[in-house]
Design a protein around this ligand. Structure first.
Ligand code: ADP
Ligand code: MN
Length: 176
């Protein structure tokens, strides 16, 4: 059949995790090291207006998941895409060969989000999201367990180790 990854020459990787866990930093380095195309969904949504307006309470765009998936379909079919987003349950399961969930120790994440200007409920919501491992659970509910890989992202050593591990994985990947 045509399921799975059989038509791609290179793998697609999703990097998810609570805001501040280091997705964009990791993806920029990994895209460079492994020759993947980095697609930051937040940026794409803003650039192409793939949203239904601004949510004042959550202070973010209300992402239009159908528009985002339509926009990405052709490139995902080609392969070699590195998707960067703090959510993972609305992408087609068949798109990804590996799903990374970055995780950060709570006090470290708290400092990162504070320096980014987060406060009040936006700050506590994100901290709780990390404490309760919301993204790990969402990934495990949305993808086959054996392609979901949690990785620690507390410090710069973690980032270099993760980038090394993942670029090796990408380079050793073969179509099924
Ligand atoms: P995300 O894309 O997940 O929101 P970013 O990559 O934008 O996270 O990182 C948020 C901030 O935290 C940046 O200033 C980044 O330099 C820092 N940071 C992220 N991950 C790490 C890490 N593992 N070690 C040290 N600093 C990090
Ligand atoms: Mn980011």
């Amino acid at each position: 059949g045509n399921g799975g990854s059989s038509r791609r020459a290179r793998p697609n990787v999703l990097v998810t995790g609570t805001p501040g866990t280091g997705k964009t930093t990791t993806c920029s380095l990994l895209a460079e090291a492994a020759g993947l195309r980095h697609v930051n969904i937040g940026d794409l949504v803003r650039e192409k207006s793939l949203h239904d307006g601004w949510d004042d309470e959550l202070q973010c765009h209300v992402i239009n998941e159908d528009l985002v998936c339509d926009e990405l379909e052709d490139m995902m079919e080609e392969g070699g895409i590195l998707v960067d987003y703090h959510g993972c349950d609305f992408f087609p399961e068949r798109w990804f060969d590996l799903v990374i969930v970055l995780q950060t120790e709570t006090s470290i994440l708290h400092d990162r989000l504070t320096s980014r200007g987060y406060m009040g409920s936006k700050l506590t919501n994100n901290i709780e999201c990390e404490i309760f491992q919301v993204l790990l659970e969402e990934a495990r509910e949305s993808y086959r367990e054996d392609i979901v890989m949690p990785l620690r992202s507390d410090n710069l050593e973690d980032i270099s180790r993760n980038v090394d591990t993942l670029s090796d994985w990408v380079n050793n990947w073969r179509p099924s």
